[in-house]
Design a protein around this ligand. Structure first.
Ligand SMILES: [Ca+2]
Ligand SMILES: [Ca+2]
Ligand SMILES: [Ca+2]
Length: 321
């Protein structure tokens, strides 16, 4: 076999491996949530959807030189209205001063979502950058990187909630992490995407980034950039996400929580207490909001109550959402 033939075989093999997801840009399948299991945008990631969604995997530090690599755990789910993203950012020094739209939030501790929502138009991309204060900088680049956007595109309806485990804007101590939870309406991508909401199997190019902060700022990304100097605006280095209409398996993965609720219900029932409306000691609104639907909780309460005393029945429960 000549060198040329060997090269050709190598390229074909590489292409096959990339298509199989063995090498090349990272891939992630975004599972769907229902109205009752969609995460609540409150800066807390205890939603059953987040616990059940797969992590996108460790972020890459393509341009690391020194300092601590602080990891990010990101997850995504979707429904007909929104793409939901959860970022949990390890961070010893959480810093954010900008609060207004389109301010340079990337100088603060910041997470970003870059996406080309039409697989045949990879250079036509959006960037949405969000800091710890929940401030947004957003742009649409229809003609690709390096070209000045023709209009100052503004996203609509994005909901963000953040939470800091530590002290904001005090780098004299050591913080633990910060969390950003966001719902991005698909309507924002309607002019470019093939379908909004996406259809089963639709693929978008997408990257998640992290940067900024006053102490130990680092650049990290879900899909590793290949440029010599830090550059996030390079769609050819974006990863691939695929939308699946398969539901996040919320109930299956919350069995330990389910067991905890059952135990409390059992205790209440065996103590001869009626389990019903307003019984916050037994099933708080918070637990309902953890992802169980009202019928699911009602069924569990009924089962435990009946098993324990045979006389306690549930007629109505507080609404979860
Ligand atoms: Ca939440
Ligand atoms: Ca920081
Ligand atoms: Ca601090």
């Amino acid at each position: 076999m000549t060198i040329r033939q060997r090269l050709a075989v190598g390229l074909v093999l590489l292409s096959c491996l990339e298509q199989a997801g063995v090498c090349g840009p990272p891939r992630y399948t975004i599972r769907r949530v229902t109205r009752s299991t969609a995460p609540k945008i409150d800066g807390r990631l205890e939603d059953a959807a987040w616990e059940s969604a797969a992590s996108m995997g460790p972020f890459q530090f393509a341009w690391w030189k020194q300092g601590k690599k602080e990891q990010t755990d990101a997850r995504m789910v979707w429904d007909d209205q929104n793409l939901y993203v959860a970022y949990r950012c390890r961070d010893a020094h959480v810093w954010a001063v900008f609060t207004k739209h389109d301010e340079p939030v990337y100088m603060d501790d910041c997470v970003e979502l870059f996406t080309s929502p039409h697989v045949d138009h990879r250079e036509n991309y959006f960037n949405i950058e969000m800091n710890v204060n929940g401030a947004i900088l957003d742009r649409h680049h229809p003609e690709g990187p390096g070209k000045k956007p023709p209009t100052n595109w503004n996203s609509r309806g994005i909901r963000i909630a953040t939470r800091v485990d530590g002290t904001l804007n005090d780098d004299s101590d050591v913080d633990r992490c910060w969390v950003l939870e966001v719902a991005i309406p698909f309507a924002n991508f309607q002019a470019v995407a093939r379908h909004t909401p996406p259809r089963n199997g639709d693929v978008w190019y997408l990257n998640l980034n992290r940067c900024g902060g006053m102490t130990n700022p680092q650049y990290s990304q879900w899909s590793k950039g290949g440029t010599k100097t830090p550059k996030f605006h390079v769609p050819r280095y974006f990863g691939r996400v695929k939308f699946s209409t398969r539901l996040v398996s919320v109930v299956k993965k919350t069995t330990s929580r389910s067991r905890r609720i059952f135990r409390q219900l059992g205790l209440a029932a065996s103590a001869g207490r009626r389990v019903g409306v307003g019984d916050q000691a037994v099933v708080s609104q918070q637990r309902l909001r953890a992802g169980f639907t009202t019928p699911e909780v009602a069924e569990h309460v009924h089962r435990v109550s009946s098993a324990s005393t045979g006389q306690h029945r549930v007629t109505k429960l507080p609404t979860g959402r």
